[in-house]
Design a protein around this ligand. Structure first.
Ligand SMILES: CC(C)(COP(=O)(O)OP(=O)(O)OC[C@H]1O[C@@H](n2cnc3c(N)ncnc32)[C@H](O)[C@@H]1OP(=O)(O)O)[C@@H](O)C(=O)NCCC(=O)NCCS
Length: 189
């Protein structure tokens, strides 16, 4: 992962997964998921994993697959390895449920464009403590997305505006959010 993320580091994006080891990825998939490696002439050139969890989001409530830790070694990028990994990840996801999600940096254009090209839909906009960028969540349904494209686009943009108002790209509450939280916590119950 360290080698795969060099290009992101050069662009100033500090992914929490950038220094993950294989054992740590295995820990994240918690037994029920799957961890794939792409091997070329005996060398591991790409990795990717899918895990399963329950989510409670506007577009889905319940069991869901989540693809994580996808990365391809610098020297092997652009050869279709991540597309191949994604085919396996989606297959594994759709064996167990009807929806799969993923998160990536808003500025990770290669990953985002590739997922959009492959039928994934932006559904949420997030900011996490410990990483230095806004993230986009994309989803793909096994069959058709149950919402219209206009509804998804509207919800995504509303979530984006909301997140930009309440939190900065480092996951810190904006001043207004801190003040509002203080007011709420001081309200008599
Ligand atoms: C993002 C990443 C996984 C892509 O892996 P890859 O094996 O090089 O990608 P592929 O060769 O399978 O190409 C996937 C798509 O990206 C496009 N692409 C690949 N390299 C590109 C480049 N340098 N510039 C523009 N587009 C590019 C391909 O044309 C393809 O597009 P399509 O799906 O629309 O046909 C890889 O660049 C990487 O490891 N990045 C760092 C780690 C990372 O960001 N992981 C994702 C965290 S969520």
């Amino acid at each position: 992962m360290h080698d795969a993320h060099k290009s992101n580091l050069e662009k100033g994006m500090l992914f929490a997964t950038a220094s993950q080891t294989g054992d740590e990825i295995r820990g994240h998939i918690r037994g029920s998921g799957r961890f794939y490696i792409a091997v070329l002439e005996g060398e591991i050139v790409g990795v990717g994993a899918v895990r399963f969890q329950n989510i409670d989001m506007w577009f889905h409530r319940g069991f869901c697959a989540d693809t994580i830790s996808v990365g391809v070694k610098q020297a092997y990028k652009g050869l279709g390895i991540s597309k191949m990994l994604y085919r396996k990840l989606e297959e594994a996801a759709f064996e167990k449920c009807d929806i799969v999600i993923m998160n990536t940096a808003e500025r990770n254009e290669i990953m985002i464009n590739s997922r959009l090209h492959d039928g994934w839909i932006p559904v949420d906009y997030l900011s996490h403590a410990g990483i230095n960028f806004y993230s986009i969540m994309l989803a793909k349904w096994k069959y058709n997305c149950p919402y219209s494209s206009t509804h998804c686009a509207t919800m995504f943009h509303l979530r984006k505006v909301r997140m930009k108002l309440i939190r900065d790209e480092n996951g810190n509450d904006r001043l207004l959010t801190t003040i509002l939280k203080r007011i709420v916590s001081n309200c008599p119950r």
